[in-house]
Design a protein around this ligand. Structure first.
Ligand code: NAP
Ligand code: MG
Length: 501
């Protein structure tokens, strides 16, 4: 628990990387903040400062946007063939594969997640996203369209569409999957021929900065990817409002998502949003209960519940309610919570002191509203930001812990009697990101999937992601879809060309 992290225990390349103050990447060069300021990033397993980071603000965002603008409008990037772009993105994926251990260790130190998970999931999924998107660079096709134009009788036309890059993209990402969120954002933008200013989360800037080094090593021209760490209220807000940015792509809280929309009104830049969730995970009595129990535990506890799609409302058909709840609570009690660097750790600390306070606050509110914890329910240890994996019962839809996104390892279990009364309750949320269904009745599974207002529905599985599968929200969970071919809609625009023959 809360094992102290000495640089001597970790890979020497990682120790060197965090030893020096990290600069920001603007126009292909590593530079200090214009203000000269830095900010600390912390190791959530110990609460100690891990590294100092250049603190980007309006002036740095402005320099980065200028560099991205130049690279897009007149730089070598705009003249590069789709195939050359695709090869660079593929090369970057290869570099990620070559540096899995180093990137995973940085992720664990900065975010807290278990190294075993960062190594098996975060880094390989990021590489896979770049590789999948590399293939799209050469496949962004328009169409030819036979047009009739009734008011020019006898005239002939050749009409076609071009799919062109949107331009300079501001990308603002959260701390829950720092490297993977950077890959979800950069991959499609680069495949489409856009240029980028990326602002990583203040809590977890390190892996994005190392990715910046790999981007230069891969050979991307200067200014194509600029990375400006800093705070949301300053650097993030300046990027969202910047008049020379053509689009902003944001992942984070619904609250900040609304601020982004406001900030974008100045030049009416395009906006895509991947926001919060309070996803229902539904266990029917006819499911394979052992699989459903293990899957429901992982639906909420994976990544410490710090997933926008976490299965945080567990609806269980009444006859099997006790068995499923006891099963998920038993899994929760077995979870080995500790420093992410320890090989046996399956759950690390939450990302920050603030996040620990937020989760503990929700636990207190839940208990005060009448909920009971059948496992966990409180903070763990005195050092680092650890919290117990928690299963709450005696919960109902009117409670805050059932309505609001906790973003921690806390699930509210609620019984239901039949599908008809379940559906409106499952949909009784401002969010619509994901949902889970556990049943052996395939007909029922697909009917329920059709009735759920969510961007992703998992049947007899949960948290299954693939670069080819679109992901995004209904309702207040967002605008647009990431991954799959759908995401290319967010980074390209259609030009119609019409020629009179
Ligand atoms: P957040 O504030 O929405 O942060 C997401 C990103 O937006 C960060 O890079 C943040 O910067 C930046 N940001 C913050 N204020 C901004 C502003 N006014 N203009 C432009 N950018 C801004 O999320 P958080 O505070 O880290 O977490 C709070 C809650 O958000 C969580 O408890 C959870 O409910 C939700 N959340 C959801 C997701 C998701 O994937 N959907 C991810 C993370 C958090 P800095 O952090 O660097 O200041
Ligand atoms: Mg940190």
């Amino acid at each position: 628990m809360g094992v102290a992290v000495s640089p001597f225990q970790i890979d020497s390349r990682v120790a060197d990387f965090i030893d020096k103050p990290r600069k920001m990447l603007i126009d292909g060069k590593w530079v200090n903040a214009a203000s000269g300021k830095t900010f600390p990033t912390y190791n959530p397993a110990t609460g100690e400062v891990l590294a100092q980071i250049a603190e980007g603000d309006r002036a740095d965002i402005d320099a980065a946007v200028k560099a991205a603008r130049k690279a897009f409008d007149s730089g070598p990037w705009s003249r590069m063939t789709p195939s050359e772009r695709g090869k660079l993105i593929w090369k970057l994926a290869d570099l990620l594969d070559e540096h899995v251990e180093e990137l995973a260790t940085l992720e664990t130190l900065d975010n807290g997640k278990a190294l075993t998970i960062a190594r098996a999931a975060d880094v390989p999924l990021a590489a896979d996203m770049f590789r999948y998107m590399a293939g799209w660079a050469t496949k962004l096709e328009g169409t030819t369209i036979p047009i009739s134009v009734p008011y020019t009788p006898g005239a002939q036309y050749l009409a076609y569409t071009l799919r062109e890059p949107v331009g300079v993209i501001g990308q603002i990402i959260p701390w829950n999957f720092p490297l993977l969120m950077a890959a979800w954002k950069l991959g499609p933008a680069l495949a489409s021929g856009c240029t980028v200013v990326l602002k990583p989360a203040e809590q977890t800037p390190l892996s994005a900065l190392r990715l910046g080094e790999l981007i230069l090593e891969a050979g991307f021209p200067d200014g194509v990817v600029n990375i400006v760490p800093g705070y949301g209220e300053t650097a993030g807000a300046a990027l969202a409002a910047h008049d020379a940015v053509d689009k902003v792509a944001f992942t984070g809280s619904t609250e900040v998502g609304k601020l982004i929309v406001h900030a974008a009104t100045g030049n009416l830049k395009k906006v895509s949003l991947e926001l919060g969730g309070k996803s229902p995970n539904v266990v029917f009595k006819d499911s394979d209960l052992d699989t459903a129990i293990a899957g429901s535990a992982s639906a909420i506890f994976f990544n410490h519940g710090q997933c926008c799609c976490a299965g945080s409302r567990l609806y269980v058909e009444r006859p099997v309610f006790d068995r499923v709840v006891d099963g998920v609570a038993a899994q929760a009690k077995k979870i080995k919570v500790g420093s992410g660097l320890e090989p046996e750790t399956s759950m690390g600390p939450l990302v920050s002191e603030e996040q620990l306070q937020r989760v503990c606050n929700y636990l207190e509110i839940g208990m005060a509203e009448g909920a009971k914890a059948v496992s966990g329910g409180k903070k763990l240890g005195n050092k680092g930001y650890f919290v117990e994996p928690t299963v709450l019962v005696n919960t109902k839809e009117s409670m805050k812990v059932v309505q609001e996104e906790i973003f921690g390892p806390v699930v509210a279990a609620i019984p239901f009697d039949d599908v008809e009364e379940l559906m409106p309750r499952a949909n009784d949320t401002v969010y619509g990101l994901a949902a889970g269904i556990w049943t052996k009745d395939i007909s029922k599974a697909h009917k329920v999937a059709a009735g759920l207002r969510a961007g992703t529905v998992w049947i007899n599985c949960y948290n299954i992601f693939d670069a080819a599968l679109p992901f995004g929200g209904y309702k207040q969970s967002g605008w647009g879809r990431e991954m799959g071919k759908d995401v290319l809609e967010l980074y390209t625009q259609t030009k119609a060309v019409c020629t009179r023959l």
